[in-house]
Design a protein around this ligand. Structure first.
Ligand SMILES: NC(=O)c1ccc[n+]([C@@H]2O[C@H](COP(=O)([O-])OP(=O)(O)OC[C@H]3O[C@@H](n4cnc5c(N)ncnc54)[C@H](O)[C@@H]3O)[C@@H](O)[C@H]2O)c1
Length: 269
């Protein structure tokens, strides 16, 4: 069973900018009603206002931390009908090199992993009892391959992919559709912040992302996601080359690691 996007009641977290905003825009264009969440309250208001100009009457917003279970409940309560599509998109990209601080690791776990788990806890039992629903994890190509420069991002995005796989294996045949979005480079603030960083490992992280393949727009990513949902595919891979790299990694991991070492050396110049 795949969700009908034109009648969906959706929540998108991290929706004030970038990929989340584009997903919200794509859902609204297809007829869905969308509750937008984001930590950045002023920016969320501006984004919601812009989207509401084009799609009046189908938007609500709640500012807050996507990793906080009370905020998740507030997002669900703000929807005019039971939520049947949840896009757990909020994510953080902090912590570079082996020196990444404990609080950067903790933030990555909280937002990139436990944010997903807490949202699923709030939704899946109800979906199992009623008409089902669709859970979207915004992970990353870093969760399938690796993220040079950032162990925190690489590890927490792997965990996000692992959680989405577990959800799909456990509930996917009981009315819970799961889709795992794994883009590589996308032109958003997240990419821009790394590129302008003073930290050499942070710059390496972002240079590796933009050197590994094409850099897409957030709208490209949203379109790929919404097609994958409509087709009932688990992985949404806006950069198709990520699927090829993932298969090569699984086929010969030692060879793949040697290639990553050479790639890193070439970037360090
Ligand atoms: N940009 C890329 O190249 C890229 C590639 C792969 C995956 N991703 C993932 O896509 C998602 C969106 O990132 P983006 O590139 O659009 O970045 P972005 O910085 O444009 O947007 C992220 C949004 O999430 C919000 N946010 C951060 N922490 C939050 C929290 N705890 N609760 C609620 N909102 C929070 C921010 O305020 C921001 O509006 C992230 O999960 C990111 O890891 C991005």
């Amino acid at each position: 069973m795949t969700i009908e996007l034109s009648t969906a009641t959706a929540v998108v977290t991290g929706a004030a900018s970038g990929i989340g905003e584009a997903i919200a825009r794509g859902l609204l264009a297809r007829g869905a009603t969308v509750v937008l969440g984001d930590l950045d309250a002023p920016r969320l208001e501006v984004t919601a206002g812009r989207l509401a100009d084009d799609h009046p009457g189908r938007i609500a917003l709640v500012a807050g931390n996507a990793a906080d279970p009370e905020h998740v409940e507030a997002l669900l309560a703000a929807a005019p009908a039971p939520v049947d599509l949840f896009v757990a998109n909020a994510g953080v990209f902090r912590g570079f090199g082996l020196d990444a601080a404990e609080d950067e690791w903790a933030l990555g776990w909280d937002v990139n992993v436990m944010g997903q788990v807490r949202a699923a806890r709030a939704l899946v039992p109800t979906w199992l009892e009623n008409d089902g629903g669709c859970f979207v994890t915004t992970a990353s190509a870093a969760g399938l391959l690796t993220q040079l420069g950032s162990p925190t991002y690489s590890v927490t995005k792997h965990a996000a992919v692992g959680f989405a796989e577990w959800l799909a294996a456990t509930y996917g045949d009981r009315g819970v559709q799961v889709c795992c979005l794994c883009p590589m480079g996308v032109r958003t603030d997240m990419l821009a912040e790394g590129e302008s960083s003073q930290d050499a490992e942070a710059r390496l992280a972002l240079t590796s992302v933009v050197s590994a393949g094409s850099t897409l727009t957030p709208d490209d990513v949203a379109d790929a996601l919404l097609v994958a949902i409509a087709e009932g595919r688990f992985f949404a891979l806006p950069h198709p080359e990520v699927g090829t790299m993932y298969a090569r990694k699984a086929d010969d991991t030692d060879h793949w690691i040697s290639g990553m070492q050479r790639f890193r050396t070439s970037l360090e110049g």
